[in-house]
Design a protein around this ligand. Structure first.
Ligand code: PLP
Length: 386
């Protein structure tokens, strides 16, 4: 990877140490350009004009094909969405829940897991069992705690693949093996994984998986992707739907639904400019190579954790073992609120990070465009504060 070349394509890096990809990644110039080009084409030629419409269709098809590659899944098992949360909701609101069913989540989950799960619980009388985790729980402990929560009523395990607050990589494959034996569904919130770590739906056997376009893939807000294992397609009812759910030929008297296709979830029209940016972002990531990205992010995170833990008064809240780690590094500074550290790092050094609540800390996102020099800048800034 030519890091200087990659950095030269991301304008925001010229004047900030951008370490907040876990919230929203900085767009490369060519990603923004793809969106601008499509807006200009629609502006000057008209969205439905011959050629423009077809080109828009082509962008959507290519974006779907890119998603299939990212997930290592078939094209008919994936769709482009508007964000991670939308994908999770499509699945949760589409399953045929029965009173007494149980969903297992963890206490360190994002609101996009907590709220949809709890609302399904309230609506259908489904019990949401929350497994409490400790920051320093090992992968074995986490898997054991989750498996211990299983009962004959457990219908789904719904967790993040990488926890947003600490960057812990969850032992998802181990948990999947345990769920599979018992016929329990497994859905993963991949808000912190797409474009960050290698995903492989064919090998891992996850049932449902949702990712965003705007974070580690470096696309724009308003884009994401969902995977549904083919065998489940028919049983997920489209909670929101539209004309693409009608099997043709059909009319209002003779309605035949599309049963086993992602088309039924698509509803109405989509933003082609946003999908153009999403597609270009996937190319940018594919050119760098997801394996290279994952390795570099882990190297940068390892270095940040080692250096931060040497600073007196700093506690690193992210896992130390490489297999449990990601490019997210969270730490607390004794005597300082996380928000004050976030503000000072910005004011003093133009470092962009964020605070998280549970556990309370400062979260740093290290993506492949970040450098060891930026890690040094961060650690130096934290040392001044501590
Ligand atoms: C774990 C997790 N889930 C869901 C989300 C929400 O993502 P989106 O805005 O793509 O729905 C985030 C965003 O911060 C997240 O970190």
């Amino acid at each position: 990877m030519d890091i200087d070349k990659i950095r030269s394509q991301i304008p925001v890096l010229a004047h900030t140490a951008y370490m907040n990809t876990g919230w929203s990644g900085p767009a490369p110039r060519r990603v923004a350009q793809a969106m601008k080009d499509r807006i200009d084409l629609e502006l000057e030629q008209g969205t439905t004009t011959s050629g423009v419409y077809e080109a828009g269709k082509e962008i959507q098809e290519q974006a779907q094909a890119a998603v299939a590659r990212i997930f290592n899944a078939s094209i008919d098992e994936v769709m482009v969405t508007r964000n991670t949360t939308e994908g999770l909701n499509i699945v949760l609101s589409g399953l045929d829940w029965q009173q007494g069913d149980e969903i297992i989540i963890c206490d360190m989950e994002h609101g996009s897991v907590i709220a949809p799960a709890q609302l399904i619980g309230q609506r259908y009388g489904v019990a949401v069992k929350v497994v409490d985790l400790e920051v320093h729980d090992s992968s074995e402990t986490i898997a054991t705690k989750i498996v211990a929560a299983f009962t004959s009523k457990t219908r789904m395990v719904f967790i993040s693949h990488i926890l947003y607050a600490t960057g812990r990589r969850m032992p998802a494959e181990e948990i999947r093996r345990a769920t599979k034996d018992r016929g329990i569904l497994m859905m993963l919130d991949g808000a912190q994984t797409g474009g960050h770590i290698e995903l492989d739906m064919a090998r891992s056997g996850f049932d449902f998986y949702s990712i965003p376009g705007q974070k580690w893939l470096l696309g724009y807000e308003g884009s994401g992707a969902l995977y549904i294992r083919r065998e489940h397609l028919e049983r997920i009812h489209p909670a929101h739907t539209g004309g693409r759910a009608i099997a043709r030929p059909a009319n209002a008297h003779n309605f035949q639904p599309v049963a086993d296709s992602m088309e039924k979830f698509l509803g109405g029209s989509v933003s082609v400019p946003v999908q153009a940016a999403f597609l270009e972002a996937t190319k940018f990531i594919e050119e760098a190579g997801i394996y290279n990205i994952e390795t570099r992010n882990l190297d940068l995170a390892e270095s940040a954790k080692a250096k931060l833990s040497e600073v007196a008064g700093v506690t690193v809240l992210s896992p130390s073992e490489r297999r449990d780690s990601s490019g997210l590094v969270t730490f607390a500074v004794e005597g300082q609120t996380p928000i004050s550290v976030v503000e000072r790092l910005w004011e003093d050094h133009k470092i962009v990070v964020r605070q998280v609540g549970h556990p309370a800390g400062v979260r740093v996102s290290l993506h492949f465009f970040n450098t060891e020099e930026e890690v040094e800048l961060l650690v130096g800034g934290v040392r001044e504060l501590a």
